[in-house]
Structure formats: structure tokens, C-alpha cells
Design a binder for this molecule. Sequence first.
Ligand code: ADP
Ligand code: ADP
Length: 225
Amino acid sequence: VPILFMHQVERHYSQGEATLDILRGAELALWPGQSVALVAPSGAGKSTLLHLAGLLEHPDHGDVYIGGKATANLPDAERTRIRRVEIGFVYQSHHLLPEFTALENVVLPQLIRGLGRAEAKKRAAELLGYLGLKARLNHRPAELSGGEQQRVAIARAVANAPRILLADEPTGNLDVKTAEHVFAAFNQLVSASGLATIIATHNMDIAARMDRRVTIRDGLVVELD
Ligand code: ADP
Ligand code: ADP
């Protein structure tokens, strides 16, 4: 079964008198280990789609299946549990906690999930080392470059070994060279761990290196090339 299956998903926003039909029956199947680039103009609904896929929002109609399990009618606590276990997020800005070091930022989600501190620290150090941040473990976000901050955010997103990684323009704030560097780290991690990933991006070099490219057209998810 697909690790993520969005079925007949609708999302409408009311804007004053008008209704904005962002998604109107969207279908998307993401298979384990598969990488998908979501390429669409600003305002097309990329963030909306990722928030629905990540169980951060409810669809107005349809359902989102995670590992074959329908989620629309689950209690919020169960949706939150599934999100914590199965799904990691990376945003355009890093959203790291400024008072915490790189290591602590990656430790924290593991503690929330219930892992012991020693084990969480070990995994955090391994992940950050793998992403080329061995010498940055005890730096706070403000002491890191933009590329380093994003790599910490990637480590945090996969700290609990999710099966799905959702990234919303993760290199959007970075210059071309740093974006390439961060994407290389991202891609290496994704391939090594067998993660399924959707990455919303305007960067066509990045999109070209994913397994599939999709866009949002007339409220539907459409395959490109
Ligand atoms: P993208 O990520 O592709 O730029 P978004 O999913 O952020 O697109 O937004 C799609 C459209 O829906 C935009 O026009 C945005 O203004 C609108 N929108 C997003 N969230 C809301 C909301 N909570 N309420 C009303 N309109 C929204
Ligand atoms: P990059 O070229 O990777 O984007 P920068 O030129 O911004 O990085 O920074 C180079 C190095 O200096 C980075 O490894 C970063 O950790 C360190 N650095 C950047 N800003 C600060 C700061 N405010 N305090 C301490 N170290 C910093």
C-alpha cells in the first residue's frame, strides 16, 4: 500500500464573500521510499496540500490514508500520535528553538516521543554528524549559517525515524550554492533511510532529481513529464 494516499481531497477557504477552491478531489499516492517534487506557482496550494498530508489540517471532504489507515475521522489525539511517529516536517525557515543548541533541538522531539535522554542524544549526534554538523552540535541556531540551520531542521524532522518527510520550500531562503549543499544532505538522508518524501520547491534542479514531479492544477494533483 502507499505510505501516503490522499483520496478525493477537498479544501476550500472562504475569503469574505468568495470561496477559494484550493483542492477539489485531489488524488496522490506516495509509495514507500519514493520522492516527489511538488512544483506549482505561489498560491496554488502547495502548503495546504502538505498540511493535509501531514495531518495538520482536516480536509473538507475525502481522506488521507497513512500506511493504509484512514485518518479523517480519527480523534485529534490519534492524528497527533500518527503525525509524531510517521511524519517529519521541514519548513522554509528553520523554526529551531533559539535557546537550545543544535543537539538539543534534535533531542527534544525524541524526548516528547518518550525516548530516554541518553539514547536521544546518541541519535541526535549521529544524525547531525551524518549531515556534516559534527563540529556544530553545541551551537545555538543564531551561531549557525542558513545552510547549517536547515540541516539541523532536517535532522530534527527525521529524529523520530518517520516514514514520510514533508518539506515546504526547504531551500527557499538560501542562495543557490547553499541550497545545493542542503539538498545534497537531504537527498543523501532520504535515500539512505528509505523515507518517502514530498518536497515543495521552485528549484527545478532539485525537482529534476526526484522520482516524480507533480503540480496542482484546477484543484487536482497532476503528474508532470
Ligand atoms: P502555496 O503554498 O502554493 O503558496 P497555499 O497553500 O499557502 O499556497 O495557499 C493557497 C491559497 O489559499 C492562497 O491563495 C492562500 O492565500 C489561501 N489560503 C491559505 N490558507 C488559508 C486560510 N487559512 N484561510 C484562507 N485562505 C487561505
Ligand atoms: P555558509 O557559507 O555555510 O552559508 P557562513 O559564511 O554564514 O556559512 O558562515 C561560515 C561559518 O561561520 C559557519 O560554519 C558558521 O557556523 C559560522 N558562523 C556564522 N555566523 C556565526 C555567528 N553569528 N556566530 C558564530 N559562528 C558563526
